[in-house]
Design a protein around this ligand. Structure first.
Ligand SMILES: [Zn+2]
Length: 662
């Protein structure tokens, strides 16, 4: 283990993200999604939080704020964390305005901020559930009531909106609330020694610290991180104190144990990712932020341990995490069932954000690989092609009848849903898409790392100069990427081009000449270090073969099976292309694959065709369920794979990622 001095030395090489406003995405693949987020999802979200969607359950989220602000009479309705829906909308609006100013949208957001300010209590407190429904029970049930979680989402919204508009009002509301929290929590006498059951405020306080420079928020974030899991246990203390009551009627949250909340041990002692997957990765995000900022090597090592446990033992090939619906949780190493899976969209988004933070601390391609895996598979798969339907759970194998009739699969839906009573995933997708520009490049004084291949332009400060990079690519359909450097004066810096783990061979041309990259690879990046002149052009050619991916044999669910991957995309079979009973299909070791772009299918996708075997003598079985005599017979069939993210955009039907191979 490196000591903290070395870590501090390394920290000088830590990279930063580029301000969102400096990146303009113009990409064949992603622009459409960003447009959907902006033109369909944000207005839809707005309609949802204002109860204007006829066939969806009313959200009441804006109404709760109006009532708390004294603008309307009425009662609180919705989940205890309903406020966070407004914050998530406002955060996405912030990112959207930062890259795409829109006076009308800004006016709507300003009006919401006015209402939030009026709903804020004199001491800075802001939560409509407790203000309207149980004012006497403020801060009485941190484990179960998401009070600080809601605060956190509001802080994230405030920072995003401030960054976009430079308007301080929302930031001032957030700071007053954060000060209220800081006055309430801590190890000093008279304060509550506690933390929230759902991590979020930790990473949000860090963002608030970054934008205000107020150390109080950094210290409070660190306090919440370090207090978690300490004995005597805060969740027991507060439970005793409030008379052993439960917020949720069935009491199951307590029954899931402290690991559900990642509070079974102090976090520096945790070596595996446990409990609720979204909470776990939100915790990791804050840990990474604080470690990088303070040079806390021990905390960084704790991040690495959790990172490795997740990506090496507990992650689906689609970048999904969370193997069970019970507690939306991790289970144990290599336990990755494909059909009872949870793999919540929010959890993959959290994983992407965690990966991004790790990448900024250590510029190694393995982090960007996971970012890409989550993004191109589970995250965009979470939304329908029209931007109007969303998955909460992202299965790798679906039979609609089983989802309906087998209670262990009720949580798995074969079609995307309109909106959810607990509407966490849709706005999380929106904020990811509207802030996508932040994930493409990271930079330090002498290096620009290209982490994701997404077309567009970025203005970047490097080597004491302002440069502009213009990226063009047809990624993820092919691996050709070109980046033009625009600069007023010659500038020396290294451009790091990520070679994804799926790519067996990469080539680079600078100004149309191939260069020898043998010695240039560092931590998964080809480092092209030179004095760049205006209009220099670099081309990266990534070989993108069709891969038969296998899982570690310890993954019981995938043994004897392969998943098809091409570039960053994992593929699947759907009933609409291949008929029912997909489990009867076998790939043989000799099966040939062929790729083919279908412009009219699913918004334009590269499909993969293959020859496979399919059981052909079902009729011989008659009424028998078991037999020792009937031999399996096969016929040769042609099958068609589509990208996983695009599934369930046609008819509801079966879907399968892992296919038998013999
Ligand atoms: Zn979610």
């Amino acid at each position: 283990m490196k000591d903290s001095f070395e870590f501090n030395k390394e920290l000088r090489k830590v990279t930063k993200e580029i301000p969102l406003k400096n990146v303009e995405i113009k990409d064949n693949f992603w622009s459409k999604y960003i447009r959907l987020a902006r033109e369909i999802v944000i207005p839809y979200q707005w309609a949802a939080i204002n109860d204007m969607i006829p066939d969806a359950e009313p959200s009441h989220a804006i109404k709760n704020f109006r009532i708390a602000a004294g603008l309307e009479k009425g009662e609180f309705h919705g989940m205890v964390f309903q406020d966070s829906d407004v914050s998530k909308w406002l955060e996405a609006v912030g990112y959207s305005l930062e890259t795409n100013p829109d006076a009308e949208l800004e006016k709507i957001a300003d009006e919401v901020i006015e209402i939030l300010e009026m709903a804020q209590q004199p001491d800075g407190y802001l939560n409509t559930y407790f203000t309207l429904k149980e004012p006497e029970n403020r801060w009485n049930n941190l484990a179960e009531c998401h009070e600080l979680y809601c605060a956190g989402h509001f802080f994230e919204a405030a920072v995003a909106y401030y960054n976009a508009t430079n308007k301080r009002k929302v930031l001032d509301i957030a700071c007053r609330f954060a000060d209220c929290i800081d006055n309430t929590f801590g190890s000093e006498d008279g304060k509550i020694r506690g933390y929230d059951g759902h991590e979020e405020v930790e990473l949000a306080l860090f963002k608030l610290y970054k934008v205000t420079g107020n150390n109080r928020y950094l210290n409070l974030s660190k306090y919440f991180i370090d207090e978690r899991g300490v004995e005597p246990h805060f969740f027991d203390i507060e439970w005793e104190k409030r008379g052993k009551t439960e917020f949720w009627p069935n009491g199951e949250m307590r029954a899931w144990g402290k690991s559900y909340f990642q509070a079974h041990l102090p976090i520096r002692q945790q070596s595996s990712a446990e409990g609720h997957a979204v909470r776990a990765v939100y915790m990791c995000m804050a840990m990474a932020d604080v470690a990088a900022e303070t040079g806390d090597m021990e905390l960084f090592q704790a991040c690495k341990k959790l990172w490795e446990n997740i990506v090496l033992k507990r992650m689906y090939i689609t970048g999904g995490i969370g193997s069970t619906s019970i507690g939306e949780s991790f289970t144990f190493d290599y336990d990755l069932p494909n059909d009872t899976v949870y793999a919540e969209t929010c959890a993959s988004i959290g994983l992407e954000f965690f990966a991004h933070r790790m990448l900024m601390i250590e510029p190694e391609s393995k982090y960007a690989d996971i970012m890409e895996r989550a993004l191109y598979n589970t995250i965009i798969g979470g939304m329908s092609q029209d931007g109007k339907g969303f998955f909460y759970v992202n299965p790798l194998e679906v039979k609609p009848e089983a989802c309906e009739k087998n209670p262990t699969k009720h949580h798995v839906k074969p079609v995307r849903q309109k909106w959810f009573t607990c509407a966490c995933c849709p706005p999380n997708i929106t904020r990811t898409l509207t802030s996508l520009g932040k994930y493409i490049y990271t930079v330090n004084e002498e290096t620009v790392y290209a982490n994701l291949y997404i077309g567009g332009e970025a203005s970047i400060s490097v080597g004491n100069n302002e440069i502009r990079l213009v990226q063009e690519t047809e990624y993820p359909w092919n691996g050709k990427v070109s980046i033009k450097v625009c600069t007023k004066k010659k500038t020396k810096f290294a451009l790091g081009l990520r070679v994804p783990s799926w790519c067996p061979e990469a080539e680079v041309k600078v100004n149309n000449e191939f260069i020898d990259i043998e010695e240039m690879k560092i931590n998964g990046y080809i480092m092209v270090d030179r004095v760049w002149e205006d209009c220099d052009k670099i081309e990266l050619i990534l070989k993108m073969p069709i891969l038969r991916m296998k899982a570690n044999p310890l993954v019981r669910a995938d043994i004897g099976k392969v998943a098809i991957q091409r570039g960053p995309l994992v593929y699947c079979l759907e009933e609409v292309d291949n008929g029912p009973n997909l489990h009867e299909i076998y790939l043989s070791k000799e099966s040939k694959f062929e790729e083919c772009f279908e412009a009219d299918l699913l918004g334009g996708v590269m499909i993969i065709k293959a020859e496979a075997n399919r059981i052909s003598n079902n009729s011989k079985w008659g009424e028998q369920l078991y037999s020792s005599e009937i031999k399996e017979e096969h016929q040769l069939v042609s099958i068609k794979f589509v990208p996983y993210y695009s599934w369930a955009n046609r008819n509801a039907g079966e879907m399968m990622v892992w296919v038998r191979e013999k």
